[in-house]
Design a protein around this ligand. Structure first.
Ligand code: ZN
Length: 204
């Protein structure tokens, strides 16, 4: 399986990092070795001094597809999850400044937190307005709603499948809202999807 991530998918987040508003989705990937499951603790790698959380809605692909038309995109997923795209911001900024790929700052081991239980699309109050939030040490630091995405889920699937064949079990991290920030040893991160807790783990 592969993990495809969308960068800069919420206007307020693109602005907080001084990035332009994209005219098509910004994509990058993480390998399967990036996954961190079962509320296992996240260990800050020793090579970064500015490790950021990015809470994101995750889409799990449930059928094989290539060059998917937008009107059919909804048929390629029936479950939504929540996770974190951990980012070594200091390393990413250095690589960005040099015009180099930011791979290592985004795709390192355990940089992709994933919840254990996904939610059926049919169980959501509104599939076009999925609400989520991240609490750090008991305080809400990020709040998002999928209706605020620059590129909605179906558009992402259409765009991604133009370049990459989608397979069953592939994951799409759909971008983070504003409010990204650093984690420190001892922090507790709790993610909620439509008010239901989906993950709860410690930073070590
Ligand atoms: Zn992200």
């Amino acid at each position: 399986m592969k993990i495809i991530c969308v960068g800069r998918n919420y206007v307020a987040h693109a602005k907080e990092l001084n990035n332009e508003i994209p005219t098509e989705p910004v994509l990058f990937m993480k390998p399967d070795s990036a996954l961190l499951r079962n509320n296992d603790p996240f260990y800050i790698p020793e090579w970064s001094n500015d490790l950021h959380y990015e809470c994101e809605i995750i889409v799990r692909i449930n059928r094989l597809g290539k060059s998917i038309e937008k009107k059919f995109a909804h048929r390629y997923y029936d479950e939504i999850g929540l996770g974190i795209d951990f980012t070594a911001r200091d390393v990413q900024n250095k690589l960005k400044d040099k015009g180099l790929p930011w791979e290592i700052s985004k795709a390192f081991d355990h940089s992709a937190v994933i919840c254990s239980e996904f939610v059926s699309i049919d169980a959501l109050p509104d599939r076009n307005s999925i609400h989520f939030r991240l609490d750090k040490n008991g305080h809400t630091v990020q709040e998002g709603d999928s209706s605020l995405m620059i590129f909605p889920i179906d558009d992402i699937i259409t765009h991604v499948s133009k370049y990459f064949t989608l397979k069953i079990g592939d994951l799409i991290y759909t971008g983070t809202p504003a409010g990204v920030g650093p984690v420190l040893v001892g922090d507790r991160l709790e993610g909620y999807l439509e008010g239901q807790k989906k993950f709860d783990f410690r930073v070590k």
